[in-house]
Ligand binder design. Structure first.
Ligand code: 13P
Length: 315
């Protein structure tokens, strides 16, 4: 008798152990489901003639403001993290945990993709994937095409086995990012086709005249090559260097096949303008939450304008 009740007690414990495991697993699954790769959102954008914004993030506040605004708009979003930004925030693991926690704590219902921006090597992309990123860009564009293909292929094999999407660059997008300056070298249709066919990437970022950071003069985008790539390649095209391209050219680029547009500098500019004005007016303020937070509205307003612009001709 004594033995039986002990068994029952053990069974009860076992059942509650299983239930706890089940709920913990379901919770984890819920969070994981919210961090998605970018394939579905980009294919929908390609079909519907609009573009998904990729916003680079720099810190917790940046991620939070963008996510909150995109949730209000009920739109999918790609959060881009450069190697420099990841290092600044404490590494890919910190960023992945932070974004996943925000998705849960803010009760987000929108698809969120956490994407490495310009991963410079297989090792960097693998580290981010292992940390929980749902998408990576491998940028081996500084190498000759055959090496670019070999490195990209290795990343695709590792990433796809884990359901992670891959973007790659062809030609070389110039400009300034993470304090690295580079010259622009436009892509060719042949190289873009070879990169796609040899690797099976999910999205391609061909250098077509846009640059990172601020433009010296007018951006000179090759729309005709963009259109040829749209016809020749079945995967979505990505436009880097979204800052400083006027609305008309952005709309035209989307018509010519662009499905993802990367924005970094622009949000930094609007945020710092607002914070600078706040500090000039409030010389006695020292609370960092007030200082950083004074730029929240500027980021949210610009995010909203960008989404409206990228969906101007949405079908
Ligand atoms: P901008 O800084 O010009 O907006 O470019 C961002 C970018 O392309 C990130 O990959």
């Amino acid at each position: 008798m004594h033995f039986e009740s002990k068994e029952r007690y053990r069974d009860g414990n076992f059942v509650s152990f299983l239930l706890t495991k089940y709920f913990a697993f379901a919770m984890i699954k819920m969070v994981i489901k919210m961090i998605v790769n970018m394939v579905e959102m980009l294919n929908a954008a390609k079909k519907g003639s609009y573009a998904i914004p990729h916003f680079n993030i720099n810190n917790l506040e940046w991620a939070k403001y963008i996510l909150e605004e995109m949730e209000t708009l009920k739109r999918p979003v790609i959060l881009g993290v450069s190697e420099g930004a990841a290092k600044y925030m404490g590494g890919f693991l910190v960023v992945a945990q932070m974004v996943k926690a925000l998705v849960t704590s803010l009760h987000l219902t929108i698809p969120v993709c956490l994407h490495v921006d310009h991963g410079s090597s297989y090792a960097v992309c693998k580290e981010a994937i292992d940390a929980g990123f749902s998408s990576v860009m491998i940028d081996a564009s500084r190498h000759p095409l055959d090496e670019n293909i070999a490195i990209t292929k290795e990343v695709v094999q590792y990433a796809h086995a884990k359901g992670v999407s891959v973007e790659a660059e062809v030609g070389h997008i110039g400009g300034k990012e993470d304090n690295v300056n580079g010259a622009c070298l436009n892509a060719t249709l042949e190289d873009a086709t070879s990169l796609y066919q040899a690797t099976g990437i999910d999205a391609i970022a061909p250098a077509l005249g846009s640059v990172h950071g601020l433009y010296q003069g007018e951006p000179n985008l090759d729309f005709s090559l963009m259109e040829q790539m749209k016809e020749a390649l079945p995967i979505p095209l990505v436009l880097h260097g979204g800052t400083g391209i006027d609305d008309e050219k952005i709309t035209k680029a989307i018509t010519c096949g662009i499905s993802k547009i990367n924005i970094n500098t622009e949000l930094q500019i609007v945020w710092s303008q607002q914070v600078r004005a706040f500090l000039e007016k409030n010389l006695e303020v020292y609370d960092p939450r007030k200082i950083i937070g004074s730029g929240e509205e500027a980021i949210k307003n610009r995010v909203r304008e960008i989404v409206t612009l990228y969906e101007k001709n949405r079908k």
